[in-house]
Design a protein around this ligand. Sequence first.
Ligand SMILES: Nc1ncnc2c1ncn2[C@@H]1O[C@H](COP(=O)(O)OP(=O)(O)OP(=O)(O)O)[C@@H](O)[C@H]1O
Ligand SMILES: [Mg+2]
Length: 283
Amino acid sequence: MTSASPEASGSVTPAVEIAGLTKRFGGLTAVSDIDIEVAERRIHGILGPNGAGKTTVLNMISGFIAPDDGSISVFGHEVTRIPPHRIARHGVARTYQNIRLFAGMTVLETVVAGAYLRRSSTIGGTLLLSPGERRERRRVREQAHSILEQVGVRSAHDELAETLSYGDQRRVEIARALATDPKVLLLDEPTAGMNDAESHEIGQLLLELRESGLTLILIEHNMRLVEGFCESVSVMNSGVMLAQGTPGWCLEQDDVREAYFGKRSDAARIATLRRARRGSGGS
Ligand SMILES: Nc1ncnc2c1ncn2[C@@H]1O[C@H](COP(=O)(O)OP(=O)(O)OP(=O)(O)O)[C@@H](O)[C@H]1O
Ligand SMILES: [Mg+2]
């Protein structure tokens, strides 16, 4: 049975609402009857050990995988089983666990391409550019530069995106997603491969984005980031929901600790360590 923290609050108009979501791959039920409600302008984490079904949930919200059962709504619009480009029009953008940058494109071109995903004109455009079109292209490029700076890619905008460090490639992916002007941003392990300082910068970026009106749903293994920046979390294991609520509350639940740390004895030991670390101000 799913635990729900007393602090968990319902919302009148959730940004994202999923109900009874289920996905089977052959004999494996990767996601089983999952409900998640994320209020607008919230930073919500999806947690769970490897293979819990987290990416599969994100793949269904963004339309990359069709669920076998259940429903997904974005700002009250049912988007279950509609293709990714149409879900994008509802303001949903995402990044990937395994970075997927376009080969042969510079950092700037990658973000500009993101911007054009939601525009009526195409990058190829007309051969004879009207002054208006020229101005628009200049505006899109300037905006791409400023989004890149916002996410922390302050140089190298003219280098091939694939040559950057993993951390910067992840930032470029976030910038590409932001260039679509989303209302909901889905991030699959945005800090993978980053050190503590870089992860903290991503946390700060999440706060800024939320401040500017975005709703953020992120899959994250870095508990420091989760506890520092997520207001609510859903914890999954083997396709089922274990607990939902504040990070602090969820991570104290026995079955959550057991899913993460194995035997209850290990869980108790690690919980004691965490408390001790907090007590010494090192959490
Ligand atoms: N396309 C697929 N075909 C078959 N099985 C899949 C597919 N995608 C995921 N799975 C399986 O579904 C389960 C959940 O996978 P998922 O990638 O959603 O887990 P996850 O929680 O994101 O794990 P991780 O933390 O390792 O990224 C796993 O057992 C995985 O092997
Ligand atoms: Mg995953």
